[in-house]
Design a protein around this ligand. Structure first.
Ligand code: AMP
Length: 177
């Protein structure tokens, strides 16, 4: 994968949404056709031989690569969304954030015990959102669950919040917070 191309095109926005946060704007990668293709191909190479049957994308930046990869892998796409957005029966998970709490939901019938699942989101920061998603998917008893991010902010040590056997891969690892 051409990491230089991605790093060159990844926009950093200082102090967004609050002072002190260095916001990595993945939309600057999504809007560039070369970057989009690079990420799409890299994800396909990473996961083409894992027998994945469902790709779970986390609202909303996680939807972009997750749905494209699902088509390439001949897998289904499943959304994890904020409360009240999914129309059928859901299960939910509430988790702590830097400020306050948040809840995410998945359709109860989206995954079953025959599925091999990849959960995808844009960025691993503290890991709170993905850990909640991981718990949600695990409740539906799939055969195997893998986790993927485009970017990992290594300095925030989000990886350490997951169980030691969690299978986590990232396209880009950035040293800072
Ligand atoms: P977290 O639960 O802390 O891992 O972060 C949840 C989500 O917030 C990530 O998947 C990103 O979409 C977004 N996010 C958090 N920190 C950043 C950052 N520094 N730059 C860009 N997005 C971020």
């Amino acid at each position: 994968m051409n990491k230089e191309l991605l790093l060159k095109n990844l926009r950093n926005i200082p102090d967004f949404p609050i002072p002190g946060i260095q916001f990595k704007d993945v939309t600057s990668l999504f809007k560039n056709p070369e970057c989009l293709r690079e990420m799409d191909n890299a994800l396909y190479e990473m996961y083409k031989e894992k027998g994945i049957t469902k790709i779970v994308g986390i609202e909303s930046r996680g939807f972009v690569m997750a749905s494209s990869l699902a088509v390439k892998l001949n897998a289904g796409f499943v959304p994890i969304r904020k409360p009240g957005k999914l129309p059928a029966e859901t299960i939910s998970e509430t988790y702590g954030k830097e400020y306050g709490r948040d809840t995410i939901e998945i359709h109860k019938d989206a995954i079953d015990e025959n599925d091999v699942v990849l959960i995808h989101d844009d960025l691993l920061a503290t890991g709170g959102t993905m850990l909640a998603a991981y718990h949600l998917v695990k409740k539906l008893n799939p055969k195997r669950v893998m986790i993927n991010f485009i970017i990992e902010l290594e300095g925030l040590k989000g990886r350490e919040t997951f169980p030691a056997d969690a299978e986590i891969e990232c396209l880009l690892t950035l040293e800072g917070k």
